[in-house]
Write a protein that binds this ligand. Structure first.
Ligand code: MRU
Length: 379
């Protein structure tokens, strides 16, 4: 993947030295500008996530834990060298992880990564003779591993998704023509370590030679589709069309969409999916128009503590995203009330299949998803 589509640049000096560098592509200025920001600690990481420099559930998790990794790698004093400092180091790392999780509320991947790292450092701190440095090295290694395995998982997800969508479309179409696949928001290389989840599936369909075109929605009001997905599709020379969010259901009604594939910020145990605002209306429209509706996400997006989607916290963002143009010009009458939820929830019964890096989760004979059984058998 070319560097222009790398949201996260990370390197650590050869030989496990302490110097590490993290840079995040400032996605707020794509496509006009291509600027990377230096991230040196988890306060920088929190600010970058909270202000949308980096966004997309997997990228948020990777950027968050790597911001802690660079802080630990570069600050010899932050984690006690001797075994006497180990409890202090454990507490400090756990507090920083808790803090990072507060950066944005809906995507769960960072919370799950923080939970796993908390467990890792707690176990490491209990080992006889453990030092603060051991804990720091364990966190750094796990954060680096998260970045590496995300890409591998995306490539597998792309292959599973391409096959699943081809089969679903073959079943319901009389002619075996290439596919027109609609996606929403940005779920590509910019939302992950590289390649992407739902947009990774679109890349794989294109790579398999079966994609007529991708259709991407603008994704109002933040326009991740128009600004980021369109940029990625043009970059990869994938034939594609941009539509307004409200055009998508009309296009489905005209027979112009063969399948929908989009990402997820949090998936409940029953398969309800929280994703970018507009996902619910796309799911309802797809169901009404008999268009298979797929979700693609790594299993780190599944929150088994929630039985269904009703408990997923939905981020509400500034009214300014709706009332002002990016250049700061107000385009809405002063005094109007504004409600700007950034996500909504697609109910599981509207979903044809959930594509993961371990295969596709299909509903059972009663039309229900069992995310826990799938994860238990996958891991
Ligand atoms: O507000 P954003 O841009 O972080 O929202 C991103 C999405 O909703 C994506 O669809 C989701 O995180 C999946 S990214 C692979």
């Amino acid at each position: 993947m070319a560097d222009s589509l790398k949201a996260i640049l990370y390197e650590r000096a050869e030989g496990g030295g302490r110097r590490a560098n993290l840079q995040l592509l400032d996605q707020r200025v794509i496509p006009y500008s291509h600027e990377y920001m230096d991230i040196t600690n988890c306060v920088d990481g929190w600010k970058a996530i909270n202000s949308m420099v980096v966004r997309g559930a997997p990228a948020i998790a990777i950027a968050g834990v790597l911001s802690l990794a660079v802080e630990l790698a570069n600050d010899a004093g932050s984690a006690g060298e001797g075994s006497e400092g180990v409890e202090e180091a454990r507490r400090s790392i756990c507090d920083k992880l808790k803090y990072l999780v507060t950066s944005r509320p809906t995507a769960v991947n960072l919370a799950i990564a923080a939970r796993d790292l908390t467990q890792l450092v707690t176990e490491a701190s209990a080992k006889p003779g453990a030092t603060g440095r051991d804990l720091a090295e364990a966190v750094i290694a796990a954060a680096e591993e998260l970045m590496r395995t995300d890409t591998e998982g995306n490539l597998r997800m792309g292959a599973f998704g391409s096959k699943a969508i081809q089969e679903a479309c073959r079943k319901r179409r009389s002619k075996d023509t290439n596919l027109r696949v609609l996606t929403h928001c940005n779920t590509g290389a910019l939302a992950t370590s590289s390649y992407g989840t739902a947009l990774g599936v679109v890349r794989s369909l294109h790579g398999d030679g079966v994609l007529e075109k991708a259709i991407c929605t603008e994704t109002r009001p933040y326009n991740q589709g128009a600004r980021l997905t369109a940029f990625e599709l043009v970059h990869d020379k994938i034939p594609s069309t941009l539509v307004t969010d409200s055009t998508a259901p009309y296009l489905m009604s005209k027979g112009g969409v063969d399948a929908v594939v989009l990402g997820a910020d949090r998936i409940a145990a029953n398969g309800d999916v929280a994703n970018k605002i507009g996902t619910y209306s796309l799911a309802v429209s797809a169901s009404y128009n008999n268009v298979p509706f797929f979700v693609a996400a790594p299993i780190s997006t599944v929150d088994l503590s929630l039985p269904d989607g009703s408990g997923i916290p939905i981020e509400e963002r500034s009214s300014r995203e709706m009332t002002h143009l990016p250049d700061g010009k107000r385009v809405v009458a002063e005094g109007i009330g504004v409600w700007n939820p950034a996500f909504d929830v697609a109910p599981a019964p509207l979903i044809a299949g959930i594509i993961t890096e371990y295969g596709v989760v299909w509903p059972n004979a009663s039309g229900e998803f069992d995310m826990k059984s799938f994860i238990d058998s996958a891991l």
